[in-house]
Design a protein around this ligand. Structure first.
Ligand code: AMP
Length: 599
């Protein structure tokens, strides 16, 4: 049987919830509401209590700003636009303003009714409010604004003043009842199974399919057994698994049972890629559909994930395409724009580093241990320059972990992710737990000054830089032993013209082996006599297992490196022995301004 329910029932609950801060009371109000709702509209009621019309990942927005809402109020009440605006300013809330304007209008109308004119109010049903809100959201393109205004006005015309308050707050995204997802899940559990214990099952389903309306509908129509059967679906985002944080390698290893797989923690944007045939959708960590910003990343997934259907996770990172070097997180943010995507792709190219696999061709992998999920990932991923498995290492001692961490930092990462190798290390969708532990620094520093470094070697370039150098190996001077010790690889900051000239400029200095006055752990493709000095800037100085500058001075088994170095200019006025000294680099490291990092 098809039943309907008045919107005013919902509004009464909104009001009660607004007046309490106690979660138990909120839950009780919701339980009472849910029990009364006809089964076929439970999904709509649930969305509306969330202040939505569908799950966020669908990306359907009302597209109604305050101005448009005020136009609709004017149309519905017959009050002129200026008056509406004044009322909104006075009350500081479009919802309250509409409520007041409507109640004075309705008083006049009822007076007519009293005087014998025919007047019948049609009560608003939840379906009508919901369906109209959907129509408003779906109105796009030419004339959409007028359509939205007239749809909203028609709703407001038939609304009781208090209903108007909540319709407007919903449409402007300002419902703010403070109902957490957990509270809704508790209420659903109590209302339809009689006990809060069922919350766990509901929550697991919600993590795998974050659509509260859908979950509620399944619960009401198929019971808890139905909810248990809810599975991950290609195209619908899954709540991501999150990592806990610990401060020392010892604590991390203790927690993970003495060994783990450590991976670079790239400083980019997490994406969950859903592939079905040629169709690829990318969701952000907040389950926002970000496909449109990254056509290049989609293409990489399309070409290099060898499965018909798959859900995989990785970190999209800005890179220097010619050297393969990672670029800072801020550069990636330039990709979040709606226009001139082609240009942005060229200016800020990206790579993807894959780290998980949740679904392959009909098989849900979320309950398999990480070691197995990785096997699936390695099976379906065809690596290339631009899409790779996250760099990893099996670790069984604090020392190894620390070294791997320093290497990660020196290569432009934020730190490392240590993952459990245990058989119970399932994909904990939506959960922050100790199966993944992040290890990163508490602070980030900034280089106080530029440095002058000597080029001691070079690496051949790729892509656009084929035939010239991709990066130069740079060193600081150690006057005590009269040796040049490496501190970074510089590939950024050169103009195309600079680049073209590099091989010719260095030709007179090329030697077939490392110069005896050069101390380097890295093997350059080409070695130089230390001669040319360049001014370089960078983000900060970090410990590094790769570079020999100040080896063992700040820390045993580590040198110092400049992170994100960039070429500024040549310093022909300086001899190599005039370059920044190792001691100066140590001083800069100690002097670095410490800034608290996010996360
Ligand atoms: P945080 O944002 O500090 O809580 O760290 C977790 C985030 O690190 C994830 O959401 C990913 O975006 C990112 N990340 C980078 N590399 C990895 C990796 N190898 N495994 C898992 N997460 C990674």
């Amino acid at each position: 049987m098809w039943e309907s329910m008045e919107y005013s029932v919902l509004v009464d609950v909104y009001e009660k919830i607004e007046k309490t801060t106690k979660r138990t009371e909120m839950t009780a109000y919701l339980v009472m509401l849910f029990k009364k709702v006809p089964p076929d509209i439970i999904d709509k009621v649930v969305y509306l209590t969330q202040g939505k019309i569908c799950p966020d990942y669908v990306g359907l927005e009302f597209g109604v700003a305050e101005k448009l809402a005020m136009r609709a109020i004017a149309l519905a009440t017959g009050v002129n636009a200026r008056e509406v605006e004044r009322e909104v300013k006075r009350l500081g809330d479009v919802g309250l303003a509409a409520e007041r304007l409507l109640s004075s209008k309705k008083r006049t109308v009822s007076l007519f009714a009293f005087m014998g004119e025919e007047f019948k109010e049609r009560p608003l049903t939840i379906e009508r409010v919901y369906d109209t809100l959907v129509k408003i959201a779906k109105a796009t393109g030419e004339g959409a604004q007028d359509t939205k205004v007239s749809l909203l006005a028609s709703l407001l015309k038939d609304a009781k003043p208090k209903e108007a308050r909540y319709i407007l707050r919903t449409i402007l995204g300002r419902l703010r009842l403070g109902i957490a997802d957990m509270t809704i899940m508790d209420a659903l559990a109590i209302a339809f199974t009689g006990t809060k214990a069922a919350r766990e099952v509901i929550e697991r389903a919600y993590n795998l399919r974050p659509d509260m309306g859908y979950i509620a509908k399944v619960l009401v129509t198929e019971g808890l057994e139905g909810v248990k059967k809810i599975k991950i679906t290609v195209g619908v985002p899954i709540k991501p698994m999150l990592a806990e944080r610990l401060r020392t390698p010892e604590e991390i290893l203790r927690k993970l049972g003495g060994k783990c797989i450590a991976e670079y923690k790239y400083d980019g944007m997490r994406v969950q890629a859903h592939k079905s045939g040629n169709r690829v959708i990318l969701y952000s960590r907040r389950l926002e559909n970000v496909t449109q910003y990254f056509p290049d990343a989609c293409q990489l997934i399309r070409d290099h994930i060898k499965a018909k259907e798959a859900i995989v996770e990785g970190e999209v990172v800005a890179i220097d395409p010619d050297t393969g070097d990672l670029r800072p997180f801020q550069e990636l943010m330039h990709r979040r724009r709606k226009y001139e995507i082609e240009k942005a792709m060229e200016e800020y190219p990206v790579s993807i580093f894959m780290f998980d696999c949740l679904y392959v061709d009909g098989e849900d992998l979320t309950l398999k241990p990480y070691t197995e999920r990785r096997k699936y990932l390695m099976d379906i991923l065809e690596e290339s320059d631009r899409i790779k498995l996250a760099h990893y290492k099996l670790i069984s001692s604090p020392r190894e972990l620390e070294e791997f961490f320093e290497q990660a930092i020196a290569e432009g990462c934020e730190g490392i992710m240590c993952k459990s190798l245990m058989p119970n290390a399932v994909y904990q969708s939506g959960v922050r737990g100790f199966l993944w532990i992040k290890y990163k620094r508490d602070y980030k520093a900034e280089l106080a000054d530029t440095v002058d470094l000597v080029a001691v070697g070079a690496f051949w370039g790729k892509g656009k830089r084929a035939g010239t150098y991709g990066a130069l190996l740079m060193a600081a001077y150690d006057p005590e032993s009269d040796v040049f010790r490496t501190v970074c690889k510089v590939g950024s900051g050169f103009t195309d013209e600079d680049l073209e000239k590099l091989p010719k400029m260095f030709e007179p200095y090329i030697i077939p082996h490392k110069h005896p006055r050069v101390d380097s752990k890295l093997e350059a493709d080409i070695w130089f006599v230390p001669a040319i000095v360049m001014e370089v800037t960078g983000a900060e100085i970090t410990l590094s297992p790769l570079h020999t500058c100040a080896w063992g001075i700040v820390k045993e088994g580590a040198g110092l490196a400049i992170r994100f170095p960039r070429f500024l200019r040549y310093r022909p006025d300086k001899r190599p022995e005039d370059a920044t000294t190792v001691q100066e680099i140590v001083d800069l490291y100690k002097k670095q301004r410490k800034i608290t990092m996010r996360g």
